[in-house]
Design a protein around this ligand. Structure first.
Ligand code: TNX
Length: 547
């Protein structure tokens, strides 16, 4: 489905853009067709109409209009006046903003350190209450000023600015405009520090470019963490120098028997670099001790019986386990964690730990007790799927992936760990799993946790979701995308959109902004943007899409 729909949508978006090109009445026609009130389309979008919802908004004054003479000013850092040195990461955000605005506007939009009171201004300045990722946007007739204490805040502010402009700003060919931003002041900062999305590149392999496209979608919604599920029964996707067959053999297939693939270390560094430039941290995951058939197939010596199983291309889970009593297992684990930690600038390394159905409970606990210190030894904080709370260790983060049928005992174990200091990332399968079908007719995805409609994925509160968990134990939320049934970027998009923005909003926006009925209207306005970006999405009947 997605394989065909994707290009078709790009074509439709291009045609729409083409018909909208002649100025005047033709523009109005295109907007009428999109089902918008032409008068409303002419007035700029209200400042609160972005996703995630901003923390606070005050409308006042006249809108700011981009013109062919608009400049993008950057300031901050050390020094004074025209001679001050603006840090490289701030200039980069300004460059990203210019790259975003130039194609559709056709304006030059030079980036300058020259002081001035007009234009779009990215200001690095310490301001109370903005934190590491927050920003303030002040819009008047003369200027649109973004202020933040760090580059990440300016980057998130740019995403807001982008969503406040008409969707046509995303087009890569000149569009008619006008390019206006409503007047007022918007002050914004995230509710949670960890706002993640996971991509399973093990069940189906996704090349570097596909991962980059996904990162682009995450950045638009202020997600700051990309968790990569790099190994599973069906494939090992990262080169490890000390155990080369993991990638060359273990990565040589995927679900359904295709050729699979793996990332070289340079590929992985490129993903990390691309993510970092968009203020996302990469969390690599090596799933252990279960979900390890690809590793076991690559090295006979890792198996208790010394025999390598064949590669696996099905979709069963829970049949493989590293050999816990075997010393060689820990050489392997040490080498893999050491090499992966060295490649990873971020603070976290995920060691899986889910569905170890072929590992005895005692072996599981013994394994996790031995492996967590290895992660610490190489300077990283371990994250594990919530079963890891059977072997709690100070500092380790647990990722909750339960659903409505998760047993009370299991929940209680997680809650007890949380009360004892274990931080939690919440990714409840029946809320945040992007691979769950929307309803019975969804052609892709799985349904073991039930159907996850757009409303269901948005309508929950991370702070109160798990009984007995103190609010401050929640580090944040994550939306995993497992790929047993997904093989193309268009298919990833179809499952992620429109649910991903909802999880992003739960992670960013204050609880006070939470309101499904208002949210679904804001969500509907994202569709023309996805069309302009050539992204596939599911037209959920719960959302009042334009046209
Ligand atoms: C459960 S969630 C899994 C994965 C599957 C996923 C499919 C979790 C930690 N394990 O192995 O891919 O369901 O939805």
């Amino acid at each position: 489905m997605g394989r065909r729909l994707g290009p078709l949508l790009v074509l439709c978006a291009a045609l729409l853009a083409a018909t909208a090109l002649p100025a005047g009445p033709a523009t109005a026609t295109a907007r009428d067709r999109a089902g918008q009130d032409p008068a409303a389309a002419r007035s700029p979008r209200p400042l609160d109409q972005v996703i995630p919802a901003p923390a606070s908004v005050r409308a006042h004054g006249k809108p700011y209009t981009l013109t062919p003479r608009t400049v993008i000013r950057v300031s901050g850092g050390s020094g004074h006046g025209a001679r001050h040195r603006v840090p490289e990461d701030i200039r980069r955000v300004a460059g990203q903003l210019a790259d975003l605005l130039r194609p559709a506007t056709g304006y030059r939009l030079p980036v300058t350190t020259r002081p001035g009171r007009d234009g779009i201004h990215l200001r690095l300045a310490a301001e109370r209450g903005l934190g590491r990722e927050g920003y303030r946007l002040q819009v008047s007739e003369r200027a649109a000023v973004l202020t933040a204490g760090e580059a990440a805040g300016l980057f998130h502010g740019v995403q807001t600015l982008r969503q406040l402009l008409p969707a046509a700003i995303e087009a890569r060919t000149p569009q008619p405009g006008p390019w206006r931003i409503a007047g007022g002041t918007l002050t914004d900062r995230p509710r949670y520090a960890y706002r993640g999305a996971m991509l399973d590149v093990a069940r189906h392999f996704f090349p570097v470019d596909a991962v980059k496209r996904y990162i682009d979608q995450l950045a638009l919604y202020k997600i700051n963490t990309l968790h990569l599920h790099l190994s599973d029964d069906q494939g090992w996707r990262i080169a490890v120098d000390s155990w080369p067959r993991l990638a060359t053999h273990g990565g040589s297939t995927q679900v359904g028997g295709g050729p699979g693939g793996h990332y070289t270390k340079d590929d992985y560094r490129e993903i990390v670099r691309y993510a970092a430039a968009r203020h996302l941290t990469v969390v690599p995951e090596i799933d252990m001790p279960g979900h390890t058939n690809a590793a076991l197939a690559s090295y006979a010596e890792l198996n208790c019986d010394g025999k390598a199983p064949p590669l696996y291309t099905g979709t069963e889970v829970g049949f493989s386990s590293l050999c816990v009593p075997l010393e060689r297992t820990y050489d392997f684990v040490d080498d893999v964690i050491r090499e992966l930690a060295a490649l990873t600038p971020g603070p976290y390394l995920h060691i899986g730990g889910d569905e170890a159905h072929s590992t005895s409970h005692d072996d599981y606990v013994a394994f996790m007790k031995r492996v967590q210190p290895v992660v610490a030894e190489y300077g990283k904080t371990a994250i594990g799927w919530h079963q890891i709370t059977a072997a709690p260790r100070r500092g380790t983060i647990a990722q909750y992936w339960g659903y409505d049928r998760t047993g009370a005992e299991e929940r209680a174990q997680v809650a007890a760990a949380a009360r004892n200091g274990t931080k939690l990332v919440l990714s409840p399968a029946d809320r945040s799993y992007l691979d769950m079908k929307y309803d019975k007719d969804t052609p892709l995805g799985l349904s073991w946790a039930g159907y996850v409609s757009t409303q269901r994925s948005y309508d929950w509160n991370p702070a109160t979701y798990l009984e007995g968990v103190p609010e401050e134990a929640v580090l944040g939320v994550e939306a995993p995308l497992w790929t047993e049934t997904l093989a193309t970027s268009a298919q990833l998009q179809y499952m992620a959109l429109p649910r991903l923005p909802g999880i992003a909003e739960l992670g960013w926006s204050p609880a006070a902004t939470h309101d499904w009925d208002r949210y679904r209207h804001r969500l509907a306005q994202q569709a023309p943007r996805w069309d302009a970006l050539g992204l596939d999405y599911y037209r959920s009947p719960q959302v009042p899409w334009p046209r």
